[in-house]
Structure formats: C-alpha cells, structure tokens
Design a protein around this ligand. Structure first.
Ligand code: ZN
Length: 225
C-alpha cells in the first residue's frame, strides 16, 4: 500500500469513528425504545424496567408507604420492604455521621409523563431521552427506586460526598444497588447516576455488587431478553 492509499484508509477509519461516536449518543445504533415489551411481574424485587420493558399506565404498587420524614426531603413513598430497608440504612448511616436524604422515590406514570415532557419541551427529545425516562419506562414507578443526596444537599453532586463513599461500601448490605454505573450506558440505557439506587433485596444486591454486573445483565441471563 502506498502512502496516499494508507492516508485515505486512515481518513475513512477516522470518519467512521467520528460517526459512531456521535450517533451513539442519539441511540441510532442501539435498541433502546425499540422492540418494547411489557413488564410481566412488576411486583417482583428483581423486576426489570428499562427502555425496552414498560410498565402499564395504571400500574401502582399496592404496598406503598410513606418514608420517615426524618430521612426525606418531603413526603415520599416506597414499597414496604424498600421503605424499611431505606430507613434502617439511613438510621445506621446517621449514627456513623452520614446524612442520607431521600430526594425522589415512587413516581406515578402520569408524574413521569409530566417530567419527561418538561425535558422535551425545554431541551429537546434527545436530551430528554438521555437524562430522563419515558413514562412507563422509569423504575421509580415500581416503588423500589430512589434518588438520594448527602451533606452537600445536591443530588447532582452526590458523587462528591462522603455519603456516596459510604453507599459504595454498604448499600448492598441493606438490599440496594447503584443502578446506573459509569460504564453501563450501553447495557442500562442510562448515563451514570451516582444518586439513583434500586432495592432488590440483600441477597441479590450482594450478588450483583460482588459480581459487578447490572440488574439488566442478571435479568437477561436468568429470564432471557
Ligand atoms: Zn432516579
């Protein structure tokens, strides 16, 4: 191969890389929001709700309970088991000098719809799909997901807090997992969210944390895609 041909090849490869890099963000090559299936057993602790598994509009967990206001920004609801586990975790963290505060918990389909539409209206659909979930596709609707903040009072900067470090070590001991890890976008469809945790029970949370795999990967292996 002469120098000219070599240079053309390099340009072609670079061109392809640039295209792949930019389109990745806009889901052109991904399966997100394509081939959508219903969530069959939303009440199960390992229920998978993501950009391809959708909850019914009228799905609302039957055992929602209000979380102790001591650990919550305002009135928030979680399913019974998740609420008990969260309060236990926040109580123990507090005793050790860490302030874990609930910012968002159960969200209804209609609330998620409002939230998603707000992002679409203010920042466009691509942005909305990157930072939010379409209605029916948010696991906040399961009553098992929660967003938290720490001492700096800003969930967006939760990663900078000592509470985040504490959660890294202890969340699984109470049945919670960091649902959207920094390197998980291609699998979960969501960018890194250090503030978002999901209750799956102690056994599964410990397993996923030790194995360093996402709930999506576990689910696909167990039940198929
Ligand atoms: Zn969240």
């Amino acid at each position: 191969m002469n120098e000219k041909k070599f240079r053309i090849c390099v340009y072609i490869v670079l061109f392809i890389l640039v295209i792949v890099f930019f389109t990745k963000d806009f889901n052109l090559f991904s399966d997100f929001y394509k081939n959508i299936k219903p969530v069959k057993h939303p009440e199960r602790l390992d229920a998978l709700v993501n950009k391809n598994y959708r909850l019914e509009e009228d799905y609302m967990p039957s055992d929602l309970e209000e979380v102790d206001i001591e650990f919550s920004h305002e009135h928030k609801y979680l399913r019974h088991d998740a609420k008990i586990a969260f309060e236990k975790m926040a109580t123990i963290a507090k005793k050790e000098g860490y302030q874990i505060v609930l910012v968002s918990a159960y969200r209804s389909y209609s609330y998620q719809e409002e939230l998603y539409n707000y992002y679409v209206k203010t920042s466009g659909k691509n942005y909305a799909d990157r930072c939010s979930a379409r209605p029916g596709h948010s696991e906040h609707q399961t009553g098992l997901a929660l967003d938290i903040m720490g001492e700096n009072g800003d969930y967006n900067r939760f990663e900078d807090t000592k509470e985040f470090e504490w959660m890294q070590k202890h969340a699984h001991e109470y049945g919670f997992i960091l649902r959207y890890p920094s390197d998980g976008y291609d699998i979960t469809g969501f960018k890194y969210e250090p503030w978002h945790y999901r209750y799956v029970g102690i056994e599964l949370a410990t397993y996923l944390t030790n194995k360093k795999i996402t709930l999506d990967e576990y689910y696909f292996k167990k039940y198929g895609k």
